[in-house]
Design a protein around this ligand. Sequence first.
Ligand code: SF4
Length: 353
Amino acid sequence: MQKKRISGIYAEIPALLLPWFAENQRDLPWRRDREPYHVWLSEIMLQQTRVEAVKPYYVRFLEALPDIAALSECPHDTLMKLWEGLGYYSRARNLQKAAQQIVAEYSGEFPRSYAEIRSLAGIGDYTAGAIASICFDLPEPAVDGNVLRVWTRLFCDSRCTDDAAVKRSIRENMREIYTKYADGKCGQLTQAFMELGATVCVPNGAPHCELCPLRALCEAHKSDSVSIFPVRKVKKARRIEEYTVYILQCGERIAVQKRPKTGLLAGLWELPHLDGKRDAQAAVSDIAAWETGAAELISMRNCVHIFTHIEWHMTAVHLLVTKKPARFTWVTPEQLAAETALPTAFRICLPKE
Ligand code: SF4
């Protein structure tokens, strides 16, 4: 496409997109103000997680930790409990690291330049762009999967969007719109691009082009080639791991233990488990070394939990046992509900109420 024509399109995008956003934006809890702590927290929670799933976590997190100082001082177990079920727990650990950086280096005030924001733990180009534009109206685009989808469809851009150089190039092109045509409304423009990708120019199935404010500009729509974009790398199949997971119940208490400090689900609680699937007989006999005494089998069922690159196929074995060896921590149902950060992968193995 000729440069002059592209510039014309760039000029039209905010003119069409901003009024549409003003009319159609969803009422989301993190859109009620532009407080950097709120925008930052929501952007981190929304990585890899659906909006509806994030809403109650966001509200609960801010009730418990209303500002950056509170987050910086929060005990690890409390932080993990607040994040329990959201997954990708390194996000919470990085949030706290960044909060501690902000307290130590910026006297607790959220930094205001893109470079400073980008230097905080757990903040990459996308999140830095989102905070810089939404909170401070800086001309810094936030390019995530939603935005890449809109952009590659708009321009029939067939480069692979998994390529970091392609993302950088699209970001640079978008910056031209922010600096020349956004009329200072950079935060609105960022949110409008995100909203269009999330609600209209959707993935997996046909986008709602009939509702799109940009359809008159959109090359993919005009050439009936929407389904080709964005071009992605073919994903590798997930690795499957099999486990036998134990719900060891003694009286009303059940056994949990801490996971190692590094690796998947680091530092969280887990149910005791062994590698591989077992039948009922082996499930009971293979835990003799745990010294939990006589075991009565209550139930067995299969559970699956999917991580990004791994699938856990688990046999959940509920046993009533007679001893509580000190190798495990024995928690009450109340402690399990209120204090123990047990990731979803294990929580789905617990007996149904
Ligand atoms: S016209 Fe359709 S494909 Fe093009 S940006 Fe809009 S929703 Fe996406």
